[in-house]
Design a protein around this ligand. Structure first.
Ligand code: ZN
Ligand code: ZN
Length: 133
């Protein structure tokens, strides 16, 4: 069983060729928008309809296997759900990189200073990647 079959099974979703291909494409890309994902899938499933793709995406979202993210100036993207992380967005090539950085002390300070209970944060840092500087 590959890791995506295991992931689907753990969430009580049937593993179909399409779902496995969707997860593999999202994972390979890191972050992918639906148009690009659809064009990648058509290479393999030439009769796939967009409605079917959306239905599969919704099942994967509902099971918390994938996550929807919105980055400035980019179309809505999907990624495999993982630990909270920071997105580095290159304004030139639009490359998106995930970084893990422990912000616990910053969050507790923000929380204390503002008397605000933080539940979720989404951080995007915009700039130029090493290829574009
Ligand atoms: Zn770049
Ligand atoms: Zn990410």
């Amino acid at each position: 069983m590959d890791k995506y079959q295991g992931l689907l099974k753990a969430h009580n979703l049937k593993s179909t060729h399409q779902r496995l291909a969707i997860l593999k494409n999202i994972s390979d890309a890191g972050h992918i928008d639906v148009e690009f994902l659809y064009s990648k899938l058509l290479e393999k499933f030439s009769s796939l309809s967009k409605a079917t793709l959306y239905r599969n995406i919704n099942d994967l979202l509902a099971s918390n296997i994938i996550e929807e993210i919105k980055l400035p100036e980019l179309k809505q993207q999907y990624e495999i759900k993982k630990e909270p992380h920071i997105h580095l967005l290159c304004k030139n090539c639009h490359n998106v990189k995930d970084i893990n950085y422990n912000l616990d002390s910053v969050y507790s300070e923000i929380s204390k200073d503002n008397k605000f209970k933080i539940e979720k944060s989404f951080i995007v840092i915009k700039g130029l990647c090493s290829n574009c500087v």
